[in-house]
Design a protein around this ligand. Structure first.
Ligand SMILES: [Ca+2]
Ligand SMILES: [Ca+2]
Ligand SMILES: [Ca+2]
Ligand SMILES: [Ca+2]
Length: 305
């Protein structure tokens, strides 16, 4: 009986499955592509992809009538074309939200990409939405705009959002996780979790790299269920990765204070002064970041302090 099904998964601690990382890294398949191949121009490709996505969103709907879920019910998101018996369905274009995510090309030109997402059901823990550098415990289904399903994980897996394609991490940050209970035998039951779809232009996906079942320059649709999250501290320096963002632009993936090509979130000595960040950011343990010379730059980011 569907309504009696309870989501039960084991998730002792964050772990990362290599196969998934290979998929999500979008590693360049240079053997197939050839080293001399010219990449499509990012700005031109973006216009093509966005037109494809807008057309897709205008001509497709998802099973929004199955949401919100009944308690303990599992609902798989299904996307279909608006036609025939479904001619009166609400198109996705009327339900999606969009954000802009930038890509910097080889010439240091910034190309802003529209990323679309629809929340079928928001999770209950709004204060725990994952940042783009946290870890998330998600089930997902990935499809091409043709409807071809190239991957699906019904049982959730942990992802380090830093390691997945940009469109996936930027989409996930809008989905709140839910609550869970753990029984005596260690079985975890999830409720109230966020669920929806992320629509990704290829510039925020695999772009020219493609994958075995994903052609080059493919926009993607990922249905996701965000069960829970873990706030990451990649370098274990006591500062959460999401807070290793001294330029304050909301993106910790562009901050390298000492310019040693190790991002602050991975750098155990952010200012390169030989003193580990862990030993520098709050020496007197008062919970306030130290700024010894009072210049507004905390000690751990201030190589002359
Ligand atoms: Ca850190
Ligand atoms: Ca930043
Ligand atoms: Ca650095
Ligand atoms: Ca330091």
């Amino acid at each position: 009986m569907l309504s009696k099904i309870t989501l039960m998964f084991s998730f002792s601690k964050p772990y990362f499955i290599l196969i998934l990382l290979i998929l999500f890294f979008g590693s360049c398949d240079s053997d197939n592509i050839g080293l001399t191949e010219e990449l499509n121009d990012f700005a031109e490709q973006y216009l093509i992809d966005d037109a494809l996505l807008v057309d897709y969103l205008s001509t497709h709907f998802y099973n929004y009538e199955n949401f919100p879920r009944s308690e303990n019910e599992i609902v798989s998101i299904e996307i279909d074309t608006i036609s025939g018996d479904n001619a009166n369905k609400i198109p996705l274009i009327d339900q999606v939200q969009q954000i802009s995510v930038s890509v910097t090309d080889a010439n240091n030109t910034i190309i802003n990409h529209n990323l679309y997402y629809v929340i079928a059901q928001q999770g209950s823990r709004l204060e725990r939405k994952p940042s783009i550098v946290d870890s998330t415990f998600v089930a997902y289904k990935g499809e091409l705009l043709s409807g071809f399903k190239f991957d699906e994980r019904v049982n959730p897996v942990w992802f380090d959002n830093v390691a997945v394609i940009s469109g996936f991490r930027h989409g996930l940050q809008h989905f709140a996780p839910g609550t869970y209970t753990t029984s005596q035998d260690g079985i975890v039951r999830f409720q109230d979790f966020g669920q929806g779809i992320i629509f990704i232009p290829s510039g925020l996906g695999y772009y020219s790299a493609g994958q075995a079942s994903i052609p080059q320059y493919s926009p993607l649709a990922f249905s996701v269920s965000v069960y829970t999250i873990n706030e990451s501290d990649h370098d274990n320096d006591g500062i959460l990765s999401k807070n290793e963002d001294p330029d304050g632009d909301g993106n910790p993936l562009n901050d390298d204070t000492d310019s040693d090509d190790i991002l602050n979130l991975n750098d155990i000595d952010d200012d390169g002064d030989g003193i580990l960040t862990f030993n520098e950011f709050d020496k007197d343990n008062d919970g306030i970041t130290d700024d010894t010379d009072g210049d507004g730059i905390p000690d751990y980011l201030d190589s002359d302090s």
